[in-house]
Design a protein around this ligand. Structure first.
Ligand code: GUN
Length: 282
């Protein structure tokens, strides 16, 4: 089975859109997301454009602010302080990565916890690890929803997560643990990666390396979630971290790239924006 992230995301977006449509009448205004991009990183340009488009489709007010590559940390922090104080702004997202002169940690910590639609603020991260969640980060949240939509209950299953980033690997591992899976983290220093991946009943791959998981590395019946957004070095086309052609025949379910995790991340951002708004208007 191919897990159709595009369709599952469309259903979530439609639900968010209908709830957003009620906001004006109920609360006198509409959720407002501000997305900040610094510089012209080509992937970020595309991601930010897609986020704005999804907001438009969901009826969420959105503003994109672009700062030049040479922008100082001070200037970005000043803008964030202004947005934190603006009662008309419900969500603030600073697209990562940032240019070298700016500390991502400082920027993430500067965003008001209540407007942190990414769920990256230290207090929101602590909330996830201490089971007092405020907002879950978008990609891991989307992955859990994809598993649910595919009818996969992680309870008691062996889940293997490849990657240990703050954005995907660590939080999705924690969410799988909370869903009662037995979780193994693998990474660049893991010895005999294939031995670990063959044990997986659920395999989440967020390595950022094109097609590092091949059919010989997975067991029959595995459920594969591919978080990769890579360029195939041979064809130059968009591909995932998983070699779909060799893995799909063995998998009980698998997400494609594109059309898997990506659309779900954006739909969850829409939901998080609405949730931040609802928390604030209450
Ligand atoms: N860069 C890659 N993924 C993300 C994300 O989920 N949020 C932000 N802000 N930047 C990213």
């Amino acid at each position: 089975m191919i897990i159709d992230g595009k369709q599952i995301a469309a259903a979530l977006k439609a639900d968010v859109a209908s709830r957003t449509a009620e906001c004006q009448a109920k609360y006198g205004r509409t959720p407002h997301l501000v997305v900040i991009r610094v510089g012209e990183d080509p992937a970020s340009v595309v991601y930010v454009r897609n986020k704005a488009k999804a907001c438009d489709e969901a009826g969420i007010r959105n503003t994109t602010t672009v700062l030049e590559e040479s922008c100082s940390e001070e200037r970005l922090l000043g803008l964030i302080a202004k947005l934190n104080a603006d009662p008309d702004v419900d969500g603030i997202l600073v697209q990562l990565p940032l240019p070298r002169q700016i500390s991502e940690a400082n920027v993430i910590a500067a965003i008001s916890r209540e407007k942190d639609v990414d769920g990256f603020h230290p207090l929101n991260v602590a909330g996830l690890w201490q089971k007092t969640p405020h907002l879950a980060p978008c990609t891991p949240k989307g992955i859990m929803k994809l598993l649910e939509a595919a009818g996969v209950d992680p309870k008691g299953k062996r889940a293997v997560v490849i990657g240990r980033s703050n954005i995907v690997g660590l939080p999705v591992g924690k969410m799988l643990l909370d869903a009662n899976a037995t979780v193994t983290f693998c990474h660049t220093r893991t010895r005999d990666l294939a031995a670990a991946t063959r044990e997986a009943e659920i395999l989440v791959v967020a390595a950022g390396r094109p097609k590092i998981i091949t059919g010989d590395m997975v067991s029959e019946g595995v459920v594969i979630i591919d978080v990769g957004m890579d360029r195939d070095p041979e064809t130059g086309k968009l591909c995932g971290d998983v070699d779909f052609a060799s893995c799909a025949p063995k998998a009980a379910a698998i997400t494609p790239v594109p059309g898997g995790v990506g659309p779900m991340t954006i739909a969850c951002l829409m939901e998080n924006t609405l949730e931040c708004f609802l928390q604030r208007v209450k």
